[in-house]
Design a protein around this ligand. Sequence first.
Ligand SMILES: C[S@@+](CC[C@H](N)C(=O)[O-])C[C@H]1O[C@@H](n2cnc3c(N)ncnc32)[C@H](O)[C@@H]1O
Length: 237
Amino acid sequence: MDIYNEQFVEGLFNSMSKTYGRVNYLSSFGFTERWRRQCVQAIKWDEVIQNGFDLMSGKGETWNLINKACTQDHTLTGVDISLEMIKSANQKLHWYPRLKIGTKQANVLQNDLESESADYIISSFGLKTFSPTQLEQLAKEVSRILKPHGQFSFIEVAEPKLLLLKIPFMFYLKYLIPIIGKLFMGNSMDYKMLGIYCQKFKDCSIFKAFLEREGLEVQQKRYFFGCASGVVGRKKA
Ligand SMILES: C[S@@+](CC[C@H](N)C(=O)[O-])C[C@H]1O[C@@H](n2cnc3c(N)ncnc32)[C@H](O)[C@@H]1O
């Protein structure tokens, strides 16, 4: 089984779409929500902003946070490969007064998003299901889609370096989250995959290197002692 096959990933999220939000919130004790907020707050919202993209947008989990943080009305497009996630996200299109939201079912690695059209790109928890080659392709797409001076902020769950934290955290991700998925939502296999992906992903270091290779300014971030990892930066003007 190729766990990085895009159809496999699409099927995984189609199957998790009904339970994803609740399992994610319950199993992270609200941490994922806090990390999404930190990811959104890393964007400088006081700059001129007309258009943004939420890549691997899921059910639109960041949109309320973007709506609260932004200082200007603007258009936002959520892009996700999973039709079921997009269908759930579509129910929220009109919930946020500052945002004119649209969605697009697409593979971000091969998309037709307009070049140099984004003032910002946000992305939460969508990196782990990419192999290094796919992360390299994603970095090229980020560079292509951003306007000169455009900003980006990505966040993903990571493997903490500190052994004292790494052992219990990875045990929790790999073994306890699937049990929570099973107990509350009758679905354990799919959630087991999330732990496997996180362990292989490690953190944003590789992605950072690919973004830098594209000429982007990048800063790597650690959230909560390295339990989440991010990259924040912009395209040079
Ligand atoms: C863990 S969810 C994150 C959803 C949301 N951003 C959040 O904060 O919870 C990862 C999402 O990435 C999407 N995804 C994975 N690979 C993708 C790809 N190649 N192109 C577009 N979306 C993809 C999945 O369908 C899924 O909805």
